[in-house]
Design a protein around this ligand. Sequence first.
Ligand code: FE2
Ligand code: FE2
Length: 214
Amino acid sequence: MTNDSLQEKINSYFADLGLSLESIDKLSIYLGLLRIRDNQTYEHSLRVAELAKSAAEKCNFDINPKPMLFSGLLHDIGKAVISLNVLTKTEGFSEADMAEMVLHPLYGYKLLEGVQDFSAGVIVRHHRFQKNPYPSDEQMPKPNSKFSSSTFQLMDRCALVLGLTDFYDAIKFRNNDKFGTEKSSPDKIHSLLCSEYPSHLEIVSKLYEQKVFV
Ligand SMILES: [Fe+2]
Ligand SMILES: [Fe+2]
């Protein structure tokens, strides 16, 4: 699917989900920043948003499609401030590069804090459920006092599903050598998902059963 037709599809979701003009305006500004920095991350974000919305609609995870679409679109917005040579590197990713890259959820949180606080909370958690999670507990921002403990639990649920859809898309469309240079088959993607999220296999199965993942 071309960039433009995917963007059109996302625009139609804005209307379906009844997003306010103010929310659409905010999204466009943030996404414009990502698009001019790195078009591949922008396209990945559109695809992840579609998957995350679909997961919320089909899988009974008790999460709402609207924040999933919003958080999916902006989950990697922090990458807009990562150095371009790290962001666009396709091979030979060093430890120093990784140390810079793992800061992107915290940068995303800072960019969205006070603008869209719920999504900021989801985004800072989207790599916290994988095998090598980040940010650490110590690095996590102080909890926003306006949210209850049940809202933080909801953020965790959203972030877990978002992380899974993110990982799925990243493997499927990757252009780096992180998992070898060959394109991953559907079986390979499934096995990588299971080894990356061993404590959440039921959720992985549900995403396949409901054909969010294929
Ligand atoms: Fe990310
Ligand atoms: Fe991502």
